[in-house]
Design a protein around this ligand. Sequence first.
Ligand code: GLU
Length: 375
Amino acid sequence: MASLIEKLTNAKRVVIKIGSALLVDGDTGELRKRWLVALAEDVAEMRARGQEVLIVSSGSIAMGRTVLGLPAGQLRLEESQAAAATGQVLLAHAYQEILGLVDLKIAQILLTLSDTEERRRYLNARSTLSTLLSLGSIPVINENDTVATSEIRYGDNDRLAARVAQMMGADCLVLLSDVDGLYDKDPTTNADATFLPEIHDLSDEIMAMGGGVQTAYGSGGMITKLKAAQIATQAGCSMIIASGKIRHPLQAIEKGDARFSCFVATDTPRTARKKWIAGSLSSAGTLTLDTGAEKALGNGKSLLPAGVTRIDGDFERGDLVTLISADGKELGRGLSNYSSEDAKLIIGHKSGEIADLLGYSGRDELVHRDEMALN
Ligand code: GLU
């Protein structure tokens, strides 16, 4: 148990997903303000420990439908989009006001599926989120429900939260909802259901436990949580499912007062990313390094434009490229921070000259060491 709690307490970067049923009162459709105040205190403690926190919050549809006087039950797509547009304003305002009580700054980010699936949008979303974190802000993220159609939706915030955790290299994802973890059978209908506190392998048998457990508001269920666990753990991020039905749910986990299920990732986000890079099949181009750069890479440094003598191939920013030595030996692979067109203009130059050469200030590194896998 203690080592599982450390997955949360020792994480540098944590994504917390908050389900609609926790934020919005099922009877009145009102925000559960006191609950959110307590959660804000938990987040403030995490920040005070030096942890970076991102929140993925549901609740826009649940809040908006009450304001618009929409009926209970399943809504048509355009009705839920209208409800989301109405509720999201209230939701963002509630976070701003309540997290502000504990001196936390928030920023709203609304994402669509293409923002995490398309390389360029993904890179932009990631750099905005990184900047917000470095400025001490708490990004509050939701799906951009108003423009997402059924074919291009995440559809549930469990998977959205896992994609965010993957994109941001988070070490821990906490899904707070009205279930306290994974059971071998649906506990609401099976009195003999067994609770599983620790899961290391998302086997077919575990995935089959995902049936049931639905709430009236959220669109998740156990199956979307298990799919989220697949995405997160493959990215080196451990995932916790815990009940948020109590006040201070994160403190309760930390103190060992709350039960939870933990899906344990074997890799760290960094090693998982490097494995993914090493295992990628298609390389869009080649960067030839001088001997100085080759040596620097061997010492764990990033690849700077100054150390590259030649660019081959046609690639975009974020594409996978092969790194070769002056004598043509493959050294490894990495993700390029520049397109081949721009890279050709900056190679051989100092990073400080990039802005003048390209007319915009990009990254100092051509390939960052975290985005590189050496042979
Ligand atoms: N994006 C939806 C909302 O804010 C929630 C999706 C979900 O319940 O997972 O209402």
